[in-house]
Design a protein around this ligand. Structure first.
Ligand SMILES: Nc1nc2c(c(=O)[nH]1)N[C@H]1C(S)=C(S)[C@@H](COP(=O)(O)O)O[C@H]1N2
Ligand SMILES: [Mo]
Length: 221
């Protein structure tokens, strides 16, 4: 067991090293631009039919009964939700395409969960709040502008194609923010912090973009 964990750590270190190298070399950049209205596939992406798994190699197993979501920082009403509290919120169904910075895109995904707009209405951000930082059970963090987080196609998702989101894809609850590269959508989400100044997360400190718009090919920055 200990041996396997060591192996996972080495694979993880290798993956992080490789992706960090891509950022420093500007790999995968096409220099092309494309508007979503004209071309469904963002520049430099290719469509896949499966759903690849990408993470740091640690896939925490969180039972719904143990899952907790805290929202803190620059808000008037911080919250701490259990899974039951989360399920008691109005549920929405959304359809979207997802785009990973490692160049795959997957079209036509159906999600269920709670709209981030709803969450923002409940917690009431203070006027100074302009960004949010997501924190996950595996220690992952990622930052996004509040305006992107509160867009009308963003949700805290618990189901994909009518089934609970699997552990490997970030269940019980993950973010889905389809207009930005998928590294901006935390799996195993447990905390959202509202902040005034943008604060780089795990990949952002390793050369990845602070915003990550696939249509502008904001891979690195
Ligand atoms: N908690 C957590 N969330 C994460 C990651 C991670 O390592 N840990 N990886 C990110 C990256 S780089 C991608 S591309 C997507 C992958 O989601 P998927 O495995 O469901 O395709 O999750 C993002 N969210
Ligand atoms: Mo990724």
């Amino acid at each position: 067991m200990a041996k396997d964990e060591g192996l996972t750590d080495r694979i993880k270190a290798k993956l992080v090293e490789t992706k960090q190298k891509w950022a420093s070399e500007g790999r995968l950049l096409t220099g092309a631009t494309a508007a979503p209205e004209v071309q469904r596939l963002p520049p430099g992406q290719r469509e896949v039919k499966n759903w690849p798994v990408l993470d740091l190699g640690i896939q925490p197993e969180i039972a719904s009964a143990q899952w907790k979501l805290e929202v803190d920082g620059l808000v008037e009403n911080p919250i701490a939700w259990s899974f039951a509290d989360f399920q008691a919120q109005p549920q929405v169904t959304m359809h979207s395409d997802i785009h990973c910075v490692t160049q795959w895109s997957r079209f036509d995904n159906t999600w269920q969960g709670v709209a981030t707009r709803r969450l923002v209405d409940i917690v009431k951000p203070r006027p100074e709040a302009r960004f949010i930082v997501q924190t996950s059970y595996d220690g992952y963090t990622t930052n996004v502008p509040l305006a992107d987080f509160a867009d009308d196609d963003v949700l805290l998702a618990h189901a994909w194609e009518g089934e609970p989101i699997s552990r490997e894809h970030g269940g019980p609850v993950r973010l889905i923010l389809p207009k930005l590269y998928l590294w901006k959508s935390a799996k195993w989400l447990t905390k959202i912090t509202f902040v005034a100044e943008d604060k780089p997360g795990f990949w952002e400190v390793r050369g990845y973009h602070m915003r990550g718009d696939p249509w502008k090919e904001e891979r690195y920055g």
